[in-house]
Write a protein that binds this ligand. Structure first.
Ligand SMILES: Nc1ncnc2c1ncn2[C@@H]1O[C@H](COP(=O)(O)OP(=O)(O)OP(=O)(O)O)[C@@H](O)[C@H]1O
Length: 235
């Protein structure tokens, strides 16, 4: 579903992403770990078509992002740390607007159904988003992904700043989407979340993918040790 082939991105002489090769299957949750500046957001931004690669290819469902930008954008949903919504519109209006951009027109009960699946309380639907908490905004982000029928989810530190309850709710929804075949690439600094939610974990350091492992084959302490050993490696 997602493929990076020798994906490389330079900023001048600085190598932000160095020859990344990665394949993620439908239904798989892949968590990217790495210290600040490791290249996680760069990877996601190339897949989203926000940033061109210097060389190599990013493919979504077999389509190369650089040459099928419009088509690939319709396959994906993006949830960053703070979901960008129109503050003066309600949650439901935001959902109708953003799903409409992808050509979907839903009735009010259908929209309400997506927000319910995403875990938003019914009483919040008609409140302006300016009064929403971070967790509520994340839920609207998930509802947009559901309404867009996204096949791939890109999450960039989505649980950063969420309380443990909100974080746990978020993980449950992502897990349910995965069971329905949605492929997820999540950049995170939360090792426990990566271990609990991810099927596979990649550890990046200085633009390179240094380690790949199956989440069920390490415990939290082993993952922490491997992470620290990887990000403390010299260049
Ligand atoms: N617009 C830019 N111009 C120059 N260098 C950039 C630019 N954007 C990112 N970089 C550099 O590219 C490298 C990778 O950055 P990236 O944002 O992908 O890291 P990250 O792993 O997502 O970090 P974080 O955990 O802090 O979000 C860093 O060295 C960063 O300074």
């Amino acid at each position: 579903m997602l493929q990076a082939e020798n994906l490389t991105r330079r900023y001048g002489t600085h190598l932000a992403l160095d020859n990344l090769n990665l394949t993620i299957s439908p239904g798989e949750i892949y968590c990217l770990l790495g210290s600040n500046g490791a290249g996680k957001s760069t990877t996601i931004n190339i897949f989203l078509g926000f940033l061109p690669a210097t060389s190599g290819r990013a493919l979504i469902d077999g389509l190369e992002v650089a040459v099928n930008n419009h088509a690939t954008r319709n396959l994906v949903a993006y949830i960053p740390e703070i979901v960008n919504l129109y503050p003066t519109l309600t949650g439901l209006e935001n959902l109708a607007f953003f799903s409409g951009l992808s050509g979907f027109r839903y009735s009010r009960p259908e929209l309400a159904d997506f927000t319910c699946t995403a875990g938003l309380q019914p009483e919040a639907l008609d409140q302006r988003v300016s009064g929403y908490s971070k967790g509520m905004r994340q839920k609207v982000g998930i509802a947009i992904a559901l309404a867009k029928q996204a096949k791939v989810l890109f999450l960039d530190e989505p649980t950063s700043g969420l309380d443990p309850h909100a974080s746990n709710e978020f993980a449950q929804v992502i897990r349910r989407l995965s069971e329905q075949g949605v492929c997820t690439l999540m950049a995170t600094h939360d090792l426990l979340m990566a271990k609990e939610l991810g099927h596979r974990i990649g550890i990046m350091h200085q633009g390179r993918l240094r380690q790949e492992l199956r989440a069920d084959q390490v415990d939290y302490a082993e993952l922490t040790n491997l992470y620290l050993a990887t990000v403390n490696q010299p260049a």
